[in-house]
Design a protein around this ligand. Structure first.
Ligand code: CUA
Length: 156
């Protein structure tokens, strides 16, 4: 088969593009493994309640502008049930499940995390206004799924 010079150029260009694409995919996969977006540390689902910070779930002040909220999700509740956080501060939600997959979805925010057993789900959020937000479970987790909810109260 005879290949024209220009076809050859296009062929080389095509192969180079594929190689570059594979390179980018490879680098992204590598980066993802080392810096997972949303933070996905491993945790033993049977030892959630013994593993800090989930041994004492609740709101913890990290510094003047940062608060950490650790929450244990299990069928069909969140612990603690009452979550009170300050307005205008960085809130780091850390959630782990002791049983099946749940979600932690704060209505009217972009906080919508899947809580997979064996993983710690992390999400940062700053509430701009005081008020009460409903939190629901968006992943079907069993007979009590529709009753699995809590509230985040944002205070001045
Ligand atoms: Cu938990 Cu649905």
């Amino acid at each position: 088969m005879h290949i024209h010079k220009y076809e050859k150029i296009w062929l080389i260009f095509g192969i180079s593009s594929i190689a570059l694409f594979l390179c980018i995919v490879g680098v992204s996969a590598f980066a993802f493994e080392h810096h997972p977006s949303g933070g996905m540390e491993a945790i033993d689902p049977n030892k959630v309640k013994e593993t800090p910070p989930f041994d004492k779930p609740g709101v913890k002040k990290i510094d003047e502008d940062t608060y950490e909220v650790s929450i244990v999700a299990s069928a069909f509740a969140y612990e603690p049930n009452k979550i009170q956080v300050p307005v205008g501060k960085k809130i780091i939600f850390k959630i782990a499940s002791t049983d099946v997959t749940h979600s932690f979805s704060i209505v009217q925010t972009n906080v919508n995390m899947m809580i997979v057993p064996g993983r710690v789900s992390t999400k940062e959020y700053i509430f701009k206004e005081p008020g009460t937000h409903l939190v629901i479970c968006n992943e079907y987790c069993g007979t009590g799924h529709h009753f699995m909810k809590t509230e985040v109260e944002v205070i001045e």
